[in-house]
Design a protein around this ligand. Structure first.
Ligand code: PNW
Length: 578
């Protein structure tokens, strides 16, 4: 079957209500308790090409003037001059910059990797180029009004699909040693499964070769939320166990192609977050009979099985690969010393990090409080599945941005767990950014577009100790994303104001000091990836929230280093073991 030609797809199901689509959920272990009324005769099969998918589901997309791969523009040495120091003593002492002494008991080990991360839909642009088919995010951004608050799309984004050589050259020029990117599943397999798009594979060949040419370690994520649209509309995407086989097949294609050159892999990015996308907006995507509140747990169940299967495929091809899942959550500070708040903290770990980390590191099964809930509707993992999931991460990869205060619901935890209509059900813990006095913040707030995020770097050592103690990862811990949205950065209009980013600079400095402290106390941290390589498409916030250590002028696609880029690399210039 050629790419431009055909695909049989259940088109009629794509916009229909759940009763017609129920059967695909019915026959599987994870969904055995779902009822279904049997197959509907009112389903037809239609041949659809990649172009048809764009026309039917997305509509016209924007393009940029640079639309072939370009050689890197030279990086002027003047752009590599670090900013003046941001730190001053609190009282005038007659010296402008305080004397800062290197702490000789701190070091990043020799083989530490330190770099930047990005993700396909957020940076690549070139939405329709070279055979790419739509993912759910093309539909969410183009078709669902206000799903992206600015109604912007990733059509062009940072034009990284054509400008990656420059992007990699800039990473190297800054002195970073790692670039972490994600692969676009719907470029490589436009229909999610079936025919392979060789042009996409060739593109990533060159991204990887360019990294190697510049002495930058390439690291790749298989899935950063951009689900091929066809898989959503054929069987409900991550809500269906069918995703496991398709993801494994995709993983096999990618591992086979790149395993000799890429040694660091991540299967899926932050399943808590993308599973939380479900239920997808009605009328745009295939729906299901699974109750809304349970959908993310079905998604998580299949994500664990898919991750585990992909892990084994990669390791059987090349046992020296490092393959992991990217976890997320945040440090949980008990808000008061009450026993109810202590229990709330335990529940919070179980419903966040524990959801995926316990299965992967601690024997293949869910943690206690999460399990109590999901076993009321999901079939438990079989012994075979547990054995398959257990031990499927070579490092503990955590996107560890921030911290929260955790406390019990006002009505108490047990009143909540017994009441499905409680607003905090099923996790039944509460969280806040303020201390128990309700007045002071956990740390300076990020941009209001990222209300979940504060600069809470004081808790990083405790967080790292917690991860090491609870999940005891044999290959150590990596902070695979960290960063902050500088407040109101999008309002700044002149370049010097934009590139002077004091909160982000302080965040990276203090965070890296916290890692140095934790390392000196015996925590095995092996790498860090700043989020992000540059300002990009921040999902539902569009381009209004900025996480980059570089600014990108989206009119010209010129890149500029921010002060934080220098702060970040400086920590390694000073503390990397020679
Ligand atoms: C990560 N939270 O998402 C993603 O991996 C990136 O794609 C994203 O751009 C980046 O962080 C910044 O948002 C998160 O609510 C989204 O705790 C939300 C949370 C954490 C991470």
């Amino acid at each position: 079957m050629s790419l431009s030609s055909v695909l049989f797809l259940l088109l009629a199901g794509a916009q229909s209500s759940l009763s017609q689509n129920a059967p695909y959920m019915a026959s599987t272990p994870a969904t055995a308790s779902q009822t279904s009324s049997g197959p509907s005769p009112l389903v037809t099969q239609v041949q659809v090409s990649v172009d048809d998918l764009w026309d039917l589901y997305v509509g016209p997309v924007s393009t940029f003037s640079i639309n072939t791969t370009v050689q890197p523009t030279p990086i002027p040495s003047s752009s590599l001059i670090p900013p003046p120091p941001l730190y001053y003593p609190s009282f005038p002492t007659g010296q402008q910059v305080p004397l800062q002494v290197k702490n000789e008991s701190w070091k990043f080990p020799k083989n530490f990797w330190y770099g930047v991360a990005g993700a396909a839909y957020q940076i690549e642009g070139a939405a329709k180029a070279e055979g790419r088919a739509p993912s759910i995010w093309d539909v969410l951004s183009h078709r669902v009004p206000n799903y992206v608050v600015t109604n912007e799309t990733g059509d062009v984004a940072n034009n990284n699909y054509y400008q990656y050589k420059e992007d990699i050259a800039r990473i190297a020029a800054l002195g970073l040693n790692t670039y972490s990117f994600s692969l676009s599943w719907s470029r490589i397999l436009p229909f999610g499964s079936g025919p392979i798009n060789e042009q996409a594979l060739a593109h990533y060949d060159d991204v990887i070769d360019t990294c190697i040419e510049y002495g930058v370690i390439p690291q790749a994520t298989l899935y950063h939320w951009d689900l091929p649209l066809v898989l959503q509309n054929t069987y409900g995407g991550w809500l269906s166990p069918d995703i496991v086989e398709d993801f494994t097949n995709y993983a096999r294609i990618v591992f086979e192609r790149y395993h000799t050159k890429v040694h660091h892999w991540f299967t899926i990015n932050e399943p808590i977050v993308f599973c939380g996308f479900y239920p997808l907006p009605k009328n745009y995507f295939k729906q299901t009979i699974i109750p809304d509140v349970r959908q993310k747990f079905y998604c998580g169940h299949h994500a664990l099985l898919a991750h585990a299967a992909a892990y084994h495929v990669g390791k059987s091809l090349n046992s020296s690969l490092s393959i992991s899942l990217k976890h997320n959550g945040g440090y949980k500070i008990q808000r008061t010393n009450s026993s109810e708040d202590a229990l709330a903290v335990d529940r919070a770990w179980d419903f966040q990090e524990g959801w995926f980390s316990d299965p992967v590191f601690l024997g293949g099964d869910y943690p206690r409080y999460l399990k109590e809930y999901v076993e009321t509707f999901l079939d438990p993992f079989t012994d075979e599945q547990k054995a398959q999931i257990n031990g499927t991460a070579d490092i503990y990869a955590h996107d560890a941005y921030t911290s929260d205060f955790i406390f019990a619901p006002d009505s108490g935890i047990s009143a909540c767990t017994k009441n499905e209509s409680h607003p905090l059900f099923p996790s039944c813990y509460n969280s806040t950014k303020t201390y128990a006095n309700g007045y002071w913040l956990v740390g300076p707030a990020a941009d209001p577009g990222s209300p979940w995020l504060n600069k809470a770097t004081d808790w990083v050592p405790a967080f790292l100790h917690y991860m090491q103690k609870r999940w005891n990862p044999q290959g150590g811990i990596a902070i695979t994303e960290f960063g902050i949205a500088e407040p109101y950065e999008a309002l700044r209009k002149d370049l010097p104001s934009i590139v002077t980013d004091p909160l982000r600079s302080a965040y990276y400095r203090d965070y890296l000091e916290a890692i140095l402290i934790a390392i000196s106390e015996g925590v095995n941290v092996v790498g860090t990836l700043a989020w992000s390589i540059y300002d990009n498409f921040e999902w539902s916030q569009g381009y209004s929230v900025k996480f980059g250590i570089q600014y990108v002028n989206l009119t010209t696609q010129e890149r500029f280093f921010k002060a934080s880029a220098f702060e970040y690399v400086n920590a390694f210039n000073v503390y990397l073991e020679k």
